[in-house]
Design a protein around this ligand. Structure first.
Ligand code: SF4
Length: 340
């Protein structure tokens, strides 16, 4: 099979990049390892800050794919760049794709919360993650039949944490916690909701307003302090121990449910492809750009581009905008190699 461009990854970044390159009448092949396009948004119910249904975004992205050839359930087993500057990718299906350019739209993964053993994820039924909560929202399950009285959110799980060698901020989880806390308060108006945070990072337009609304309208309480341990009572309720760093005192609180805000980490599944292409990765495993200001989507290998969260945590609007700029860069590159 032959194409101008091979896009690896069928999430928001991959779909938007593929559709924009198709607009230039390029031959685009998009491969996705799952049986459905959408990536992480598929698991999400509503998106911050306005609560837009995530399924609307996925639907729009799918509908704009134009002439893109989509291969589902496909992944690359090996890839090489030959002397004629073409790339040859071998797929798990046995097919080979020849193309002039490759785009890594391989996304991210959520930190596996069970690695923070002190939080009891996977052990205690009432300790769940941000992604689990979205799945519950999507299924219309909420937190079960009995209305919870007290719910806690723990920020920075797997982010900004020297113990697990990840110092970076995941950028999205503070605002996600605020959005989810408000949604729970709307479902359970009599519940007390607590957010345990280190710093609150509400940098996007409208985020600070949502945070203020969470306090003033929904009476969600924000407690500055890192949670040291979560344990379970015989009744199934969970006990959170933390240090309230503003009041300078230890804190112990019994809750019905705890939601862990699992952070964003690099998708290491594609490291073997990076190695085969000698693609430069950062220590955190995200793909490095050649120039982090003006060429954010270009890698150290000519013809290989990166887009979306494969180069670091990004919000969905940032992903979409970067996908569009990547399409322009790839088109320029293809014109350049055609004209010698
Ligand atoms: S966005 Fe907030 S919760 Fe997420 S890592 Fe950064 S500070 Fe922590």
């Amino acid at each position: 099979m032959e194409g101008d461009v091979l896009v690896i990854g069928g999430g928001a970044a991959g779909m938007e990049t593929a559709s924009r390159i198709s607009d230039f009448n390029r031959n685009v092949i998009l491969i996705e390892k799952e049986q459905e396009l959408g990536g992480h948004i598929l698991k999400w119910d509503r998106l911050f800050p306005d609560g837009i249904p995530a399924s609307d975004v996925t639907k729009n992205l799918k509908e704009s794919l134009g002439s893109t050839k989509v291969l589902l359930g496909c992944y690359i087993t090996s890839i090489e760049k030959r002397e004629d500057s073409n790339f040859f990718a071998q797929l798990n299906s046995g097919e080979t794709i020849k193309c002039s350019s490759v785009i890594f739209a391989t996304g991210f993964k959520l930190f596996p919360a069970q690695k923070k053993q002190e939080y009891g994820y996977g052990l205690y039924e009432r300790v769940i993650t941000n992604a689990d909560l979205e799945t519950r929202f999507k299924k219309g399950e909420g937190l079960g039949k009995d209305a919870p009285k007290r719910i806690g959110f723990v920020h920075c799980v797997g982010s900004r944490d020297e113990k697990i060698c990840n110092n970076q901020c995941s950028k999205l989880c503070c605002i996600t916690a605020v959005k989810q806390a408000i949604e729970l308060k709307q479902l359970y108006p009599f519940a007390e909701i607590f957010c345990f945070y280190m710093d609150l990072r509400m940098y996007g337009r409208g985020y600070e307003d949502l945070y203020l609304e969470a306090q003033s309208k929904y009476e969600i309480r924000f407690i500055r302090g890192r949670v040291s341990e979560i344990s379970q009572e015989q009744s199934g309720l969970v006990i959170v121990k933390a240090e309230d760093t503003l009041a300078s005192r230890p804190l112990k609180i019994t809750l019905d449910w705890v939601v862990l805000m699992a952070g964003i980490i690099s998708e290491r599944e594609n490291d073997y492809l990076s190695q085969q292409l000698s693609l430069q990765l950062g220590e955190d495993g995200f793909i490095d750009s050649v120039d982090p200001i003006q060429k954010t989507n270009q890698t150290n290998i000519a013809g290989v581009f990166v887009t979306g969260s494969a180069s670091g945590p990004k919000t969905l609007p940032e992903v979409i905008n970067e996908a569009r700029s990547t399409a322009l860069s790839v088109n320029e590159y293809l014109n350049k190699i055609k004209n010698g």
